[in-house]
Design a protein around this ligand. Structure first.
Ligand code: HEM
Length: 151
């Protein structure tokens, strides 16, 4: 297997992993969630952050060590649009992470703690926004890979 193929496979595994974690969090974080749902969602959130960082690393590894020259991507606005949308998803993931950290802290201090339904619904909205924005990325990726944006 060439390095390019290996990085490509890694890129897919990490992107699918990211989506799977987001889906699992969306299933766990709902009004009426239990203390164990909260623990699992908070642990998954750390996995989500790690997957996002590794995906960023794998993406840049493809830029610099993939089959095409780095300039193919770096000079293409579609590549930068893809990176911008990725950054937007990262920003949208901050409020849920902050909430989960706060809730976990409260749950440690007070084992009977459960978040209020309206707070939970707030986090659900951020997760939904993340999912919607994330869907744009594969379209930009496919266009970028085919040289759209090079004029
Ligand atoms: C959630 C985040 C991401 C998703 C869902 C995603 C998705 C994809 C997909 C589906 C492809 C294959 C395109 C095709 O061959 O038709 C691809 C390729 C690629 N992605 Fe990503 N990507 C993500 C993040 C990133 C990031 C952060 C970078 C760069 C820092 C990056 C760099 C690349 C590169 C260089 C390729 C190779 C394109 C080629 O074959 O010429 N990706 N991505």
């Amino acid at each position: 297997m060439t390095l390019d193929a290996l990085l490509s496979a890694l890129h897919f595994v990490l992107a699918f992993g990211l989506v799977a974690i987001l889906a699992a969090q969306a299933a766990l974080i709902r009004p009426g969630m239990t203390a164990s749902d909260l623990r699992l969602a908070a642990n998954l959130d750390r996995g989500y952050g790690a997957a996002a960082l590794l995906l960023l690393g794998a993406g840049f590894a493809r830029v610099f060590f993939g089959a095409k020259a780095a300039s193919f991507y770096l000079s293409n606005p579609v590549f930068w649009a893809k990176l911008g949308v990725f950054a937007a998803v990262a920003l949208l993931s901050i409020p849920p992470t902050v909430r989960l950290i706060r809730w976990s802290r409260e749950a440690r201090a007070q084992p009977a703690f459960l978040p209020r339904d309206e707070q939970v619904r707030g986090v659900q909205r951020w997760l939904l926004a993340e999912a919607f924005v994330l869907v744009v990325i594969p379209f930009l990726a496919a266009a970028m890979a085919r040289g759209v944006g090079h004029g």
